[in-house]
Design a protein around this ligand. Structure first.
Ligand SMILES: Cc1ncc(COP(=O)(O)O)c(C=O)c1O
Length: 462
């Protein structure tokens, strides 16, 4: 699952304080309501701080936090995490723990897209590495934490993407944040061109770098071209974008974007987080599928989605990887991932390099779910990827449908609401895996059908 931040600076952050100020009473259910009374907390400030709440005592903070949380609840955007116990050998089934006990559920929104998290070659490699190397890496990469398993994984990743080198991080988020942050901050006078729908991790990395940036229209090489043409040709430029966009499931025209970037002497930074393992003959992603891996300067990915483990990485020339290794605080000043995680990821990548069975079956399952949705008029956004966004268009209905699916039908699909997606485009993001059965699909469709009628949601016309 991915959460994106808006890049126009209008993320919650800027208006939080003003929103909180509009609050007049803590929620009735607030167990620490006494902390918020009397009215003086937080009270108006005056002068240039007018309109902002003042924080005079610890209770003011509590009041502020609770008020903001109740705002999320009222808008239907409060996130509730399902407490799952995944069942090895039985994916996509899981046990859900609730205050009332346990419930068997079928997970329809996992990013373990191919079920590799339970594959024997992956878990065996992890067991073996734990037995031989122990639990943790024992240090940062710089101070005793570089294990042989990390090096094997980096070689595997470099080979996967046809690059000279690779560098692993503790997550895909950190790899984007640290790499774009480092490049933007340390290349003199750098300008970063960011696709309008880039993931939060890229946006935060770019922000953190303090480099000049501009946003180009989503998946629009012409807009990118126009905007790059306005930049001094001598300035260093980085074009940052994704291949498969996780919420809409649309796919970037990588070749055209590379054409534009090359014409302007820009380097390209491509996030293939939702594509690695899934596309291309060896599972290297969309750039591999499109035959353009060599045209992309840096390819970034995750080990936590189709590869079924966790961690993130970048690949590129030996020089750029060494540069990030040497100058990135987010790479150096943190403990290396456990050797067992690296070993599991290597096994998963090797498996998916050689086998297309999982990818093929997954595509077939996606087509089957889409056809069943169509047959029942349940609206889903068309796209060429494995992600099926079933559109609801209302945050409360979206949450309601998700709750009922879970509680009454044992179907788990997390609702996707604002700010992850724009208001009015709330959705259920369905990710069929190769391991969902025909019965699972029939059960999903009949439950959705029932709820669509119950909520009087509009149907798509065939
Ligand atoms: C496009 C994109 N990039 C990066 C990430 C972060 O990857 P990870 O989950 O490995 O931190 C995500 C997470 O969902 C994502 O959607």
């Amino acid at each position: 699952m991915t959460d994106s931040l808006r890049q126009d600076g209008s993320s919650h952050r800027s208006d939080d304080v003003a929103d909180a100020h509009q609050a007049d009473a803590p929620p009735a259910t607030c167990p620490a309501a006494h902390l918020a009374a009397p009215r003086s907390a937080p009270e108006d400030t005056h002068g240039e701080n007018a309109g902002k709440p003042a924080f005079h005592k610890p209770g003011d903070f509590e009041w502020f936090f609770r008020r903001k949380l109740s705002g999320l609840r009222e808008a239907g955007n409060y996130r509730v995490f399902a407490e799952l116990e995944r069942k090895k050998g039985n994916f996509p089934k899981a046990v859900r723990h609730t205050s009332d006990g346990q419930q068997d559920v079928t997970v329809w929104c996992s990013n373990d897209y191919l079920g590799m998290g339970q594959m024997a070659c992956v878990t065996d490699a992890m067991h073996h590495a734990i037995e031989t190397c122990g639990a943790g890496a024992g240090g940062t990469r710089n101070i005793s934490g570089t294990n042989h398993q990390h090096i094997l994984l980096e070689r595997e990743l470099a080979d996967l993407h046809g690059k000279e080198s690779a560098l692993i991080f503790s997550s895909g988020y950190v790899s984007n944040w640290a790499s774009l942050g480092t490049l933007g901050a340390t290349i003199p006078d750098c300008v970063i061109a960011s696709d309008a729908l880039n993931h939060a991790s890229m946006i935060e990395g770019i922000r953190h770098s303090r480099a000049d940036k501009f946003i180009w229209k989503h998946n629009d090489p012409e807009d990118l071209d126009r905007k790059l043409a306005e930049i001094d040709p001598a300035r260093p430029k980085i074009v940052a974008f994704e291949s498969v966009y996780s919420m809409d499931g649309d796919i970037a025209p990588i070749a055209e974007i590379c054409d534009v970037a090359e014409a302007h002497g820009a380097m390209t930074y491509l996030d293939e987080v939702h594509a690695v393992g899934m596309y291309g003959p060896r599972g290297a992603g969309i750039a591999e599928r499109d035959g353009v891996m060599d045209r992309v300067t840096m390819i970034e990915g995750t080990l936590g989605k189709a590869f079924g483990v966790m961690g993130g990485y970048v690949t590129g020339t030996a020089a750029v990887c060494d540069y990030i290794r040497s100058f990135s605080s987010g790479f150096i000043f943190t403990t290396a991932i456990p050797p067992a995680v690296a070993a599991g990821a290597t096994a998963s990548i090797r498996h998916l390099k050689a086998s297309s069975t999982e990818r093929d079956r997954q595509k077939e399952r996606v087509a089957k779910v889409r056809a069943a949705l169509d047959a029942n008029g349940i609206p889903h956004q068309p796209n060429p990827s494995h992600i099926i966004p079933v559109m609801v268009g209302d945050p409360k209905k979206c949450k309601f449908i998700s709750d009922v699916l879970l509680d009454q039908f044992g179907i788990y699909i997390q609702p996707i609401n604002y700010p992850t997606v724009p208001k009015g485009t709330e959705r259920l993001r369905i990710t069929p895996s190769p391991l969902h059965t025909d019965d699972d699909i029939d059960h999903l469709i009949s439950a959705l059908n029932e709820l669509w009628s119950h909520c009087a949601l509009s149907r798509a016309v065939a």
